[in-house]
Ligand binder design. Structure first.
Ligand code: FRU
Length: 308
């Protein structure tokens, strides 16, 4: 029988006889395919998922870590399908190569929730994530307010084969458009702090004056800061990042390492609540957009400020 129909049928029958089943009567196994656990933000996402799942005694989680290997992640999705899990949550490393295995899982009637990094097309049940174009644009507008029109910026981009990297780049460019601000150096640091540090060393060698670094995540901004500090130039420029984890980006703002960080919520709790709705036969929207906040030294005590 259709994987989804069985629980729905049981609930319907229970409803007909007048004895509704309490939650927990139907057990569900949810597979979570994480692209890597090398960065604190992804460890937090898994922790948020585990905490939300723990609130429901009828959910069993199976976590897979692809260790930043697209082929491994593809295999993990296929394994979850053959294991017959009731739903899949996936945070894919790259958009294009993971579109197909996700579509196949969806076509095998397994509800699939794509979290944070989007795929192509519409062959998935629901996408949950913050609006990266909006966050990038807000970062551009924030820097535009802080800097003069002839400012020189370094942009350290997230993996450009992932949609958040593309959107944070596009959004940022629209935020500084017409300002006269010059992005004099840009590089793909693939979301990785060591790569960001290396790229920043090249930028520092090439540019005698840098007014700001816009990095697509906080590890990238921190890597850039370390490179600038090693060259004794960290006071010359502003550093802006994205993620705003309390123990990472927000701590960097407190320590005066970053000037601003934009929150990128993990969506872990929303993914579990959405999976449960689907498994209980409820309709969910195709896209769920999460909000964001900006944190600076000025607004830290108020818990940051929501993006409009
Ligand atoms: C972690 C991460 C975050 C970033 C997100 C984008 O792997 O690089 O720092 O915000 O992925 O998908």
């Amino acid at each position: 029988m259709h994987r989804l129909l069985l629980p729905v049928l049981i609930l319907t029958l229970a409803g007909c006889s007048g004895s509704s089943k309490p939650e927990g009567a139907q057990a569900f196994t949810i597979g979570m395919s994480q692209c890597n656990l090398g960065e604190p933000w992804r460890v937090q996402m898994n922790a948020d998922i585990a905490a939300a799942a723990k609130k429901h005694s009828n959910i069993k989680m199976v976590f897979k870590d692809a260790q930043n290997d697209t082929l491994k992640q593809r295999a993990h999705i296929e394994e979850l399908v053959s294991a017959g899990v009731d739903a899949i949550i996936v945070s894919p490393k790259e958009s294009q190569p993971l579109t197909e295995p996700i579509a196949k899982a969806y076509q095998a009637n397994i509800p699939v929730i794509v979290l944070d990094r989007a795929v192509q097309g519409d062959q998935f049940t629901c996408f949950i994530g913050a609006d990266n174009k909006k966050i990038g644009k807000a970062a551009g507008e924030w820097l535009r307010k802080k800097l003069g029109p002839n400012a020189t910026i370094v942009e350290l981009k997230g993996l450009m084969t992932s949609i958040p990297g593309q959107d944070r780049n596009q959004g940022f460019r629209s935020g500084i458009e017409g300002s006269g601000i010059n992005v004099a150096f840009e590089a793909d640091m693939k979301w990785l702090e060591p790569d960001a540090r290396k790229e920043m060393e090249s930028a520092l060698a090439r540019l005698s004056k840098i007014d700001a670094v816009y990095a697509h995540n906080d590890p990238g901004a921190h890597g850039a800061y370390l490179a600038a500090k090693a060259a004794n130039r960290e006071r010359e420029m502003l550093f802006v990042g994205i993620d705003a984890l309390p123990h990472e980006g927000i701590a960097y703002v407190k320590q005066d390492i970053l000037n601003a960080t934009f929150q990128y919520p993990t969506g872990g709790a929303e993914a579990i609540e959405t999976a449960l709705k689907i498994l209980n036969g409820q309709q969910v929207p195709k896209t769920i957009v999460l909000g964001s906040r900006v944190f600076t030294a000025d607004n830290l005590s108020q818990g940051g400020e929501a993006l409009p």
